[in-house]
Every structure is written in structure tokens, then in C-alpha cells.
Design a protein around this ligand. Structure first.
Ligand SMILES: *[C@@H]1O[C@H](CO)[C@@H](O)[C@H](O)[C@H]1NC(C)=O
Ligand SMILES: *[C@@H]1O[C@H](CO)[C@@H](O)[C@H](O)[C@H]1NC(C)=O
Ligand SMILES: *[C@@H]1O[C@H](CO)[C@@H](O)[C@H](O)[C@H]1NC(C)=O
Ligand SMILES: *[C@@H]1O[C@H](CO)[C@@H](O)[C@H](O)[C@H]1NC(C)=O
Ligand SMILES: *[C@@H]1O[C@H](CO)[C@@H](O)[C@H](O)[C@H]1NC(C)=O
Length: 590
């Protein structure tokens, strides 16, 4: 079955068996472990280079050492069709009358065939050996049979192994017959350089190493294989008998349609089964184009629908049969996998078809249900449909926010006053002429008008203007809500000039500096105070006059002080002015 490095005990056992077999085959009672079929006496595979293989192959093949074939992709066919065959292959040797086995046709190899590591992913690293049946259960294989060769002592996987896209083992270019499936579905049979194995442009998703390329391009290729895979062509004893001995066998190939053909034949080394020439001939008759021989020997196992089908396991102690033995990698045919296998995390895989979750679509559930341009220029597709940019709403984000609202989902309320318009994205207010501020709550400052209060009033004497239109005919009361006399304000002409000069040299921004405000305010306050004082004095004087029963006639403000002064000595009580009265009272109290 498998190769083993320097294992002279086993090899001598093998040779003894061979000797005995030649004389008395039918009487041999094999133990479970003596049915080993070893192609090599030393380590696995020949030590010569890929170039050697290329140069030694028939000229008709040029420099190409492997064959490519596009795999079939019949997605409506059943995953596998399995047939039992019983074939009479009696030949000169006499003993053999019939053989039985399985031919399996795989319609969609890329999605249904996997190379499995023994037992579990990572099994090669652990040097596991497991029953094919057990490994097959881990992946619910519909059909499974022996895969690549392995070290029968240590259990180490041999050759190249790529399992479901993961490079498990790189043989370093050893020239054994390979079977692989590339990412694009190309089936590959033959000899591969290390560069071929590691190719990243169209990498292998499954790859396994056999021994002996049975059929190449429809022709038996065994003699060439012996040249390519045997280290020294002269010393072919072991390898030659590996090819010629009757045994259980497994093989893999493809037909003209690109369907994968798995072959399995029951047997017992040197007693029943097929030699490789018979296998190749049989496959050729079945229309197989390229095929390689895989691990088999005494333990070729065929699993169908999860159960052992190669031979009745309850009879495995019967010398006619062989109990299944723990082996290494397994060639598995399973239900169609989805692409990608996990349906991008957004769906369930049902018979190779992703059934997508709500909100997702596409063969691999990789696309959102909504697609550009469905959400227009103002939204993006999400699992929950269109997500609109701030300021936009509607199923496909084609409507702007209603007046008075802004932001994500248009659920923020605008704060603009005085007729300001609200920017639907950020809620910034766009103020009408005459107003400014975050919510347009401020009227233009004195001396300015228009959009953003950016215009300077151009009125005569720097009098204030209408904050909206800049019209100078507006009365001050119309313009301002504070009580100032137009006269007073127009007195500040000089101050304005000065301020403007200062502002224009300092900055183009048409607002008053603090200093200017101070000056203007001081001025206005002074003028207001003066005006107030004047009013107050007048009023008090009137009061006093009423109290004195109109004894005194009206005296203008300017003269009051002087008059009071003059009258201090002459008139005792009534002659006193407002301020003197207060003075004396304060003197009394202190
Ligand atoms: C193989 O031969 C073809 C022409 O026959 C040539 O174009 C190609 O480069 C060769 N490839 C290698 C790897 O030598
Ligand atoms: C292959 O080699 C065997 C013996 O080694 C020989 O009998 C047979 O004719 C060869 N086949 C071909 C096609 O050369
Ligand atoms: C596997 O078993 C199911 C029923 O369990 C059966 O319908 C199907 O035909 C079987 N597949 C094969 C390849 O025999
Ligand atoms: C927006 O959605 C409606 C109905 O869902 C559709 O008829 C219309 O074409 C969509 N508009 C755009 C720009 O996709
Ligand atoms: C506005 O809508 C967004 C998204 O639709 C949401 O996250 C946010 O909590 C809402 N805000 C208010 C005040 O409703």
C-alpha cells in the first residue's frame, strides 16, 4: 500500500511472502500488516529533477510534464454516480478469475471533491493514521477512498498535499504522479515542479501525490512513468513488481467531459485484484483520458454514503478479505460546496447554492440587496436597505429633509429664527438680509446691513440705515429698538470715521473692535446722560414751581445755578435751588 523509508524487516518479509506466494499462494494466511505494497525501497519518490523528467519524456510531449483539463460543472446532475463493476480479467497467470470494485463519476469536481487530511485538518502534521471511514465521516463524504501515500512506520503524509486550498505539504519537487484541481476548476495530472505546486496565480485547491501515471492523453503511460518515477531505471525490481503485482488498487482520472472518475478495486496482494497495466487498460476502456494510481495495496477502501462498501467488514477476519486499515489522506466526494463555502457569512449553503440572509444577495451572498445606484447619490446600501446621508431621506434617499428638519434621518429640528433657512445636513442657518448669528437671532450691528450684515451703511453723516435694505430714510426707531436720539447718534459721525479708518487698516472684517465699541458707547452714554440730566432738572424745576404756587417764573437750566447762587443770601427758604437743598440736608445729617 504505502511506501516506507528503510524498512528492511518489512521488505524482507515482503520478499519472503513473494517467494512463498510464487509456490503456494492459496495457502498463505496473511496477517493484517503483511499486505504492504511498496513502490520504493528507500524514501518516497525519485531524487532526480523535474528537468530530468522533462528531458526524458517522449518528444511528442514537448516540455510539458503534466496535462490540464477543464473540469465539468454540471450543477444539475447528482453529485456522484457510483457503479459496482465485476470484471473477468483472467490472464496467463491463471489464478485470477474476476475482480470487483467501484467506478465513481463526479460531475462537479471543483465543488464536490476534497483531499482530506487523516482524521481532521492538521492530521498530516500529527502523522495521524485513520480509517478512511472515520475521516470520511468528518466531512460527510458521499464517496471516499484512499488518497496519497504515507510512511507506514511513522504515519507521515508523503508527497504534495493541498487540502481545500491549504498547502499541507510540499514535497520539494519529487517527481511522483500528481492529481490536483486548480482554483479555476482545471484538473491537473502528471509531474509538477515545485514552482507548479506553489503557483499563486491559479493555485491548487486540492492536490495529492500518487505513484505511476497510468494514462496520459488517452494512452497508457506506465513505461514512461517507470522511467520518470524510478530512481535508477536499471534497478526496477521493487518498482516493477509494484506495477505488475495483483493487488487492491485505487486510482483517479477524468473523462472527455471533464468528469472526475474514481476507481477502486478490491484485492489481496499477489492473490486477487489488478496490476497497474490492467487498471490502466480498464480505465482506458471506460473512456478515461488521464489517470494516476493512488494509495491502495492491501487496504483499498471504498466508502459509500458513509459506510464501508469495499468489502463486508464483518468478514474481514476471513482470509479472503482484508479488514480496513488506518491510512493517511483521503479523496472525498461531498455535497456541493458553495462558493465561497460560508456564503460570505451572510447565508446558508444548500446543495451548493447559497440561500442568503435578508439584506444580502448574489451567488455567494456577497452583495447587499440594494445596489448602487438604487440609493442614489445620497445614500449607501446596507443590510437594512439604503442608509441616507445626513439631509436626505426616503427609501432610496432621493428626498431632502422637510423644511425645519436636518441631519441623519432628518430627525433634528432646526433652530433658525427670523426666517432663516436651515441647511438640511448640519442644521446651519442661512440668515436673511438684516440678521446674523447661529440661529439668525441677532440683527445687524449698528452701521451694517444686508446678507450676513456685510454691507456698510452709506448714509449721510454716518446715520444708521435699514438693516435689511440699507435705506437711509428709515427712522432710527425703525432701525433700532433702543432709545437714542437721532441727533445724538449722528453726532458720532467723527467717531465712526475714526473707527472705520482703524477697522479698515486692521482687518477687512466689518465689525467693531472692542476699543471702537468702547469709544462709541462712552460717547453715546455721555450724550444720554447729558440729555437725562437736562430732562431731570427741567422736570424738578417744574415740580418745584408747582409747589411754590407759581411764585417763580421759568428759568432756563443754564441760569438756574447762577440764580441760585445769587439768591443764597437774599432768600431764606424758597430761594434755594435743588442742589443746595440737598447739600444742606446732607450737612445737617452729618
Ligand atoms: C516550452 O516550450 C515552448 C515552445 O515549445 C516555449 O514557448 C516555453 O517557453 C517552454 N517552456 C518552458 C518552461 O521551457
Ligand atoms: C512497456 O514495457 C514492457 C516491458 O517492460 C513492454 O513489454 C511493453 O511493450 C512496453 N509498452 C510499450 C507501450 O512500450
Ligand atoms: C445514499 O443514500 C441515499 C439514501 O440514504 C440514497 O438515496 C442515495 O442514492 C445514496 N447514494 C448513493 C451514491 O448510493
Ligand atoms: C427609488 O425607489 C423607487 C421605488 O422604490 C424607484 O421607482 C426609483 O426608481 C428609485 N429611484 C432611484 C434613483 O433609484
Ligand atoms: C436620528 O436618527 C438617527 C439615525 O436614524 C438615530 O441614530 C438618532 O438616534 C436619531 N436621533 C433622534 C434625536 O431621534
Amino acid at each position: 500500500m504505502a511506501t516506507s523509508p528503510v524498512n528492511f524487516d518489512r521488505i524482507s518479509l515482503f520478499l519472503i511472502c513473494l517467494g512463498v506466494c510464487l509456490s503456494q499462494c492459496e495457502d498463505i494466511r496473511h496477517s493484517l500488516d503483511d499486505d504492504l505494497l511498496l513502490p520504493y525501497t528507500k524514501s518516497h519518490g525519485p531524487s532526480h529533477s523535474h528537468r530530468h523528467v522533462r528531458d526524458c519524456q517522449p518528444i511528442s510531449n514537448g516540455n510539458v510534464t503534466h496535462e490540464n483539463w477543464a473540469a465539468s460543472r454540471h450543477s444539475n446532475s447528482p453529485v456522484v454516480e457510483s457503479k459496482i463493476f465485476i470484471s473477468d480479467i483472467s490472464d496467463d497467470s491463471g489464478f485470477q478469475k474476476w475482480v470487483s470494485g467501484h467506478i465513481t463519476v463526479v460531475h462537479d469536481p471543483l465543488r464536490t471533491v476534497s483531499v482530506l487530511e487523516p482524521g481532521t485538518p492538521g492530521g498530516c502534521e500529527q502523522n495521524y493514521r485513520k480509517l478512511v471511514e472515520l475521516t470520511a465521516k468528518t466531512r460527510k463524504c458521499l464517496v471516499a477512498q484512499n488518497g496519497g501515500y504515507f510512511n507506514t512506520i511513522t504515519g507521515q503524509c508523503l508527497g504534495n498535499v493541498v487540502s481545500d486550498g491549504k498547502l499541507v505539504r510540499n514535497s520539494g519537487g519529487i517527481q511522483n504522479a500528481q492529481f490536483g484541481i486548480r482554483k479555476d476548476g482545471t484538473l491537473v495530472f502528471g509531474y509538477l515542479s515545485e514552482d507548479d505546486v506553489l503557483d499563486q496565480v491559479n493555485p491548487f485547491v486540492q492536490l495529492i501525490s500518487g505513484v505511476v501515471w497510468l494514462l496520459r492523453a488517452g494512452e497508457i503511460y506506465i513505461n514512461e512513468s517507470i522511467q520518470a518515477e524510478c530512481d535508477k531505471t536499471q534497478e526496477t525490481g521493487t518498482f516493477q513488481s509494484f506495477v505488475d503485482v495483483l493487488s487492491a488498487r485505487t486510482a483517479v482520472g477524468h473523462d472527455a467531459e471533464g468528469r472526475l472518475i474514481l476507481f477502486h478495486v478490491d484485492g489481496q496482494t499477489k492473490i486477487r485484484g489488478m496490476n497497474l497495466r490492467q487498471v490502466a487498460k480498464f480505465l482506458k476502456e471506460q473512456g478515461v483520458i488521464n489517470a494516476i494510481n493512488l494509495d491502495g495495496g492491501g487496504s483499498a477502501t471504498y466508502i459509500l454514503n458513509g459506510s464501508l462498501a469495499s468489502y463486508p467488514s464483518d468478514h474481514c477476519q476471513d482470509p479472503m478479505w482484508r479488514c480496513p486499515r488506518a491510512v493517511s489522506t483521503v479523496l472525498c466526494v461531498h455535497e456541493r460546496l458553495c462558493q465561497p463555502e460560508d456564503c460570505s457569512g451572510h447565508g446558508r449553503c444548500v446543495d451548493g447554492q447559497c440561500v442568503c440572509q435578508q439584506g444580502w444577495r448574489g451567488p455567494g451572498c456577497a452583495n447587499l440587496t440594494c445596489q448602487p445606484p438604487e440609493c442614489g447619490e445620497h445614500g449607501i446600501c446596507t443590510e437594512n436597505g439604503c442608509a441616507c446621508d445626513a439631509g436626505w431621506m426616503g427609501v432610496n434617499c432621493s428626498r431632502e429633509c422637510a423644511a425645519g428638519f436636518y441631519g441623519d434621518g432628518c430627525n433634528q429640528t432646526c433652530t433658525c429664527t427670523n426666517g432663516g433657512l436651515c441647511d438640511p445636513v448640519h442644521g446651519h442657518c442661512i440668515c436673511p438680509a438684516g440678521f446674523r448669528g447661529d440661529s439668525c437671532e441677532q440683527e445687524c450691528p449698528i452701521g451694517f446691513y444686508g446678507l450676513n450684515c456685510e454691507q456698510l451703511c452709506q448714509c449721510h453723516d454716518m446715520c444708521l440705515c435699514d438693516t435689511v435694505t440699507g435705506n437711509c430714510n428709515a427712522t432710527f426707531q425703525e432701525v433700532r429698538n433702543i432709545s437714542l436720539h437721532k441727533a445724538d447718534h449722528c453726532l458720532v459721525t467723527e467717531m465712526w470715521r475714526e473707527w472705520r479708518k482703524e477697522e479698515e487698516t486692521r482687518t477687512t472684517r466689518p465689525y467693531l473692535s472692542e476699543q471702537s465699541w468702547l469709544v462709541v458707547c462712552t460717547l453715546l452714554a455721555t450724550s444720554l446722560l447729558a440729555s437725562l440730566t437736562s430732562n431731570l432738572i427741567q422736570t424738578c424745576r417744574k415740580c418745584k414751581a408747582r409747589r411754590q404756587r407759581q411764585e417763580y417764573s421759568y428759568v432756563p437750566l443754564g441760569e438756574i445755578n447762577g440764580a441760585a447762587e445769587r439768591g443764597r443770601g437774599q432768600r431764606t427758604k424758597p430761594g434755594k435751588g435743588l442742589f443746595q437743598q440737598e447739600d444742606s440736608e446732607s450737612q445737617d445729617s452729618s
